[in-house]
Write a protein that binds this ligand. Structure first.
Ligand code: 5GP
Ligand code: ZN
Length: 124
């Protein structure tokens, strides 16, 4: 059974980034969303979009999060272009949400990776 956890977790790395307790290179923020450059980029463009509220993973999503997740998905292409990804279809970008241990998730605050730019990439 997955608990429905929202709000702020003082021990969470990405909650600390949202709160400014750990520095990050800001890409975008509004009331609900925060985007910042990945500290170990795999690609020429690599940033993360997260909800400001602490949702541990995609496995925790409920119907009430549909609008928030929709906003994240609409924001991804806008920010990808602003950050220098090349235009579709020759360019494009990759959106990735690792979920749980078997899904490769290391930081347990929901995030989507947005990666793009000319190949080759380090991975992905
Ligand atoms: P996951 O494996 O959970 O999908 O991805 C977590 C991502 O967060 C990794 O790509 C990792 O490089 C990034 N990351 C981990 N710690 C920090 C940090 O302190 N600052 C930033 N900007 N990114 C981080
Ligand atoms: Zn958090």
């Amino acid at each position: 059974m997955i608990e429905h956890v929202v709000g702020h977790d003082p021990d969470c790395l990405f909650c600390k980034i949202v709160a400014g307790k750990i520095p990050s290179k800001l890409v975008y923020q509004d009331d609900e969303l925060y985007a910042f450059h990945d500290i170990k980029p795999w690609a020429p463009v690599h940033f993360l979009i997260i909800p400001k509220m602490h949702i541990p993973s995609m496995a925790h999503l409920q119907a009430e999060h549909a609008a928030l997740m929709g906003r994240m998905m609409v924001l991804a292409p806008q920010l990808a272009m602003e950050q220098g990804c090349n235009a579709y279809p020759a360019g494009g970008f990759r959106v990735l949400a690792n979920t749980g241990d078997e899904g490769g998730q290391e930081v347990h605050h929901l995030h989507v990776h947005v990666m793009g730019g000319p190949r080759p990439w380090l991975k992905g």
